[in-house]
Design a binder for this molecule. Structure first.
Ligand code: HEC
Ligand code: HEC
Length: 316
């Protein structure tokens, strides 16, 4: 078995961006001043959890919550669906329970397992309160009607067993439990990194089955056949962020400016994520992510060549 899962997971996140640059600001309306606290929080989560990039993508023809972002992989092309309250093409007929199940379990109201191009392996970690806030926001947004775009999955991959296999090996149902032995900042940072912004899904190498290599957690990854290398975020002196500071990382997540004076490459998805998602994090949240990242054990792994040591413990 080759790395079909790798391709689904990584290509889902990165390929589009290499071929299609953000053209316009995302079509997200301002939140009215009299909105409830849940709606305000949900609007913010919709940004920082990157829902925006797939369901309100930065393309001229895109509509807020209308989906349509194309996510090409070697298995075919997936399309982010309409998640506006439209009753036919959107999720207008859904209950909050249906929505919670989609994010927490990766399962549709009719029981269909979602493809992991929808990063529910991350969102499953969210708190009930955050999923509720997302629902409060999404379910009260204007309805948009878009053309339904069915995924174009190549015939030989239309095997339901593949998803079941992936889930049994990789999917760990949340929510994420805080680690009482760690600081509040570290716990907040881990929650944001692994439950909201999915840094780990791009910045961890994958094995031949496309599963995250837990022993090389956050040591960088590649997108097979594509040019994007996801850098090693551990403190390894050769391959990691050893010449960065926590402040420098927090600053990078706000602006895309790197400590060496260069910028996030606009050809790669990190620049889009910063612009449309991470720049919306509070300063305290960016610092928390930096605290968590800087506490990662060093892993001497070179994502450019895919070689290097494995950490005995793994991490999470
Ligand atoms: C990388 C792109 C991507 C991101 C980021 C993303 N989604 Fe999706 N989403 C998808 C795709 C693709 C599907 C369809 C999966 C399938 O059909 O198996 C989907 C499906 C869904 C569904 C089910 C819709 C239906 O009609 O069954 C919901 C609800 C949803 N996403 C909400 C969200 C929310 C909320 C966020 C942010 C917390 C989010 N998505 C982030 C790509 C994405
Ligand atoms: C969708 C994939 C994706 C996600 C999610 C993602 N990154 Fe990245 N990241 C990349 C890519 C691709 C690059 C390389 C592009 C560049 O450096 O301009 C990168 C570059 C970086 C760099 C620059 C490192 C260097 O040595 O230049 C840092 C730091 C970083 N990411 C941290 C993070 C953190 C922290 C998160 C989560 C908050 C995160 N990334 C989420 C894909 C991703």
């Amino acid at each position: 078995m080759t790395s079909w899962l790798t391709t689904i997971l990584l290509a889902g996140f990165t390929v589009t961006h290499e071929t299609r640059m953000p053209e316009v600001p995302v079509p997200v309306p301002e939140v009215p001043v009299d909105a409830s606290a849940d709606v305000v929080r949900g609007a913010w989560l919709y940004r920082v959890a990157a829902c925006v990039g797939c369901h309100s993508p930065p393309f001229a023809e895109a509509k807020h919550l209308g989906g349509g972002r194309d996510l090409p992989t070697q298995f075919g092309t997936f399309y982010a669906p309409n998640i506006s309250p439209d009753p036919t093409v959107g999720i207008g007929g859904w209950s909050e329970q249906d929505f919670t199940r989609a994010l927490r379990d990766g399962v549709s109201p009719s029981g269909r397992r979602y493809w992991p191009t929808f990063p529910y392996m991350t969102y499953t970690n969210m708190t009930d309160a955050d999923i509720h806030a997302l629902w409060a926001y999404v379910s009260t947004q204007p309805t948009v009607h878009t053309e339904e775009k069915p995924h174009e999955i190549r015939p030989r991959y239309r095997t339901p067993g593949l998803l079941g296999l992936w889930r049994s090996l990789e999917f760990r149902r949340g929510p994420m439990e805080p680690d009482p032995s760690q600081s509040d900042g570290w716990n907040r940072g881990r929650y944001l990194a692994l439950g909201v912004t999915y840094c780990d899904q791009c910045h961890t190498p994958r094995n031949n089955l496309g599963l995250l290599e837990r022993g090389r957690f956050m040591a960088g990854g590649t997108n097979p056949g594509k040019s994007a290398v996801h850098p090693n975020l551990t403190s390894d002196p050769t391959y990691g962020l050893s010449d960065w500071t926590r402040d420098g990382l927090a600053q990078f997540l706000a602006t895309g400016d790197k400590p060496d004076g260069s910028r996030a490459d606009p050809d790669y998805i990190m620049a889009e994520k910063i612009h449309d998602s991470y720049a919306w994090l509070s300063e305290a949240d960016r610092e928390a992510i930096a605290e968590y990242v800087f506490a990662l054990p060093p892993v001497a792994y070179d994502p450019e060549t895919g070689t290097g040591a494995r950490h005995a413990q793994g991490s999470r």
